[in-house]
Design a protein around this ligand. Structure first.
Ligand code: UD1
Length: 515
């Protein structure tokens, strides 16, 4: 299994360009299901969740193509979308698969999407997505672990007045997409205001949708008969940018973060400045962070946008372990998002947890050990802690980090000792160089299956037999779709993927293609 080995203790200097936002790219891909015409998406992050979503869309009858892998540009064409099924095998690896529900039911009047289930950070129900779609005229049942949704009104949803009990990001995106093809007007109140939602509105408008109120808590969507193809470049990833801001700050380095959107980072910048971090904006699309010799403790509460993002909580906690004083970190979005705290404690951090509050006493002298990553952002928090720990930190289960961070940080270089007077060995840039190396290796594997027309198709999950636990009808539908999708995208033979001698495997393992 992949691990990161980090030798901490050096400050990071250099320039890093931020990739496209994963949480914008995923709904944008799902939005392509709303039209029969091609949707071209640019500035896509080269992370595994994007490949997973590509597989899912291919499974649902769309053609997903790109000229290279890893790719920043994708063309998605969903000419037809019948009896769309999002199988458990794909949904379980990525909760954002639920984003296919709204577009699928709006376009074809029927959808079967596996219930995503809970995850390490909490129960994460989708009840608000389902209640809103029922409000719009969908009949929804949950059977055999699947959401089965159908619209009788000639296959078209109808506009409705929806007030979310709780702010939900993917819930807002699902209903926004569903409403674009509904009969009449939908008013969505208590909607999420994340920049990724505004980005989705921009794409949907390019596709012909009639939406107003973006950036506010009330969205108005007037349904149209059909949408058309469009081209869109997704916004920069504010969480990736925030993670590097903390990397620069915690290692007392000097990093320039290019191709970012400082206007999406207001609460993060404010909190880091409060903690004594020096941040300036040399241009409208870049930030420069310099770590202070002494970081100051500052309390933090996660909130919906424009508040401090829960997706930056673990990274901030790593910083708080190095700050002078007591920082109380309060997590209000997810009920179980402190798993990284116990791993940081194993590294020597002084943290006590009381329900939704974590009290961090710093500065703590961290020392490297083997730690387990529990989710995507927890992994990032542990990498940051490893950068300031003495000795070697081994981070296990780094597949979590591949879901949302590109292994691409070649320009950062370590230079000089980090904060404090600890004598620390190794290089602060070690993990970073390993990330870049590991990605090159994967690229070589992927290049082996370049296709004659110069396009690479995103491979879908090939393990159809494991779908057998489904009800008979569902199995027939999924198997049929899998066969159709296999034929369309031409999954290469095992020998092609693995090289000579591998011919005994009847099907390639899907994870060989992960980037
Ligand atoms: C999205 C982000 C994720 C981020 C989260 C919160 C994507 C792909 N993922 O996740 O990175 O951490 O927003 O900013 O964009 N809830 C319900 N019922 C529902 C839906 C949500 O009770 O039907 C609850 C959740 O359990 C959670 C809270 O609402 O406690 C917020 O969840 P939500 O905003 O829906 O998170 P996601 O959209 O899954």
């Amino acid at each position: 299994m992949d691990k990161f080995r980090i030798r901490g203790g050096k400050s990071l200097h250099g320039t890093i360009a931020i990739s496209g936002a994963k949480n914008s790219a995923l709904p944008a891909m799902a939005a392509a299901l709303l039209t029969a015409e091609p949707v071209t998406l640019r500035n896509m992050p080269m992370v595994r969740d994007i490949v997973t979503m590509g597989r899912l869309l291919a499974f649902m009858s769309a053609t997903v193509s790109t000229k290279e892998i890893p790719a920043t540009d994708y063309v998605i064409e969903a000419k037809s979308l019948n009896e769309a099924v999002a199988p458990y095998e794909l949904v379980k690896t990525m909760r954002a698969s639920i984003l296919t529900l709204g577009p699928a039911i709006a376009r074809s009047g029927v959808a079967h999407v596996s219930l995503p289930g809970g995850c390490a950070i909490g129960a994460r129900p989708v009840d608000l997505h389902l209640a809103a779609l029922e409000n719009m005229g969908a009949d929804i049942t949950t059977e055999h672990g699947y959401i089965q949704a159908r619209v009788s009104n000639g296959g078209r949803l109808r506009g409705a007045h929806i007030v979310f009990d709780k702010i939900t990001v993917t819930g807002t995106e699902n209903i926004l997409m569903a409403a674009t093809l509904a009969d009449g007007e939908t008013i969505l109140e208590n909607a999420a205001r994340e920049p990724e939602i505004t980005d989705l509105v921009h794409l949907l408008r390019k596709m012909g949708a009639d939406i107003s109120g973006d950036g506010t808590a009330t969205l108005r969507i007037r349904g149209v008969q059909q949408l058309h193809g469009a081209e869109h470049s997704v916004i920069p990833d504010r969480i990736e940018a925030g993670t590097f801001l903390v990397a620069g700050a915690i290692t007392c380095g000097d990093l320039t973060i290019d191709n970012c959107a400082p206007e999406h980072l207001g609460s993060v910048l404010e909190k880091l400045k409060q903690a004594g971090v020096m941040i300036e904006s040399p241009s409208p699309t870049s930030l420069r962070v310099r770590g202070a010799r002494k970081l100051i403790a500052a309390d933090l509460t996660t909130e919906e946008y424009p508040g401090f993002p829960t997706d930056m909580q673990a990274q901030y906690m790593a910083l708080a372990t190095q700050a002078d004083g007591v920082s109380t970190v309060t997590e209000t979005i997810f009920e179980n998002r402190f798993l990284h705290a116990s791993e940081m404690m194993r590294m020597g951090a002084h943290i006590t947890i009381d329900g939704r509050h974590a009290v961090v006493r710093g500065p703590a002298k961290l020392s490297g050990t083997i730690v387990q990553a529990s989710d995507l952002r927890a992994s990032a928090g542990l990498v940051l802690a490893g950068l300031v720990a003495s000795g070697e930190t081994i981070i296990d289960r780094v597949y979590h980090i591949d879901r949302g961070y590109e292994r691409r940080i070649p320009l950062l270089v370590e230079r000089g000792p980090a904060r404090g007077s600890r004598a620390l060995g190794g290089s602060g840039g070690d993990s970073i160089l390993r990330w870049a190396f590991s990605r090159r290796r994967n690229q070589a594997k992927i290049a082996a299956r370049d296709q004659s027309d110069g396009h690479l198709r995103v491979p879908i999950l090939a393990d159809v037999p494991s779908l057998r636990q489904r009800s008979r009808g569902m199995l027939r539908a999924t198997a049929l779709q899998a066969r159709r999708a296999d034929a369309r995208i031409g999954i290469p033979s095992a020998a092609e993927v693995l090289g000579p001698g591998a011919g005994s495997r009847s099907r390639p393992r899907s994870d060989l293609f992960c980037i």
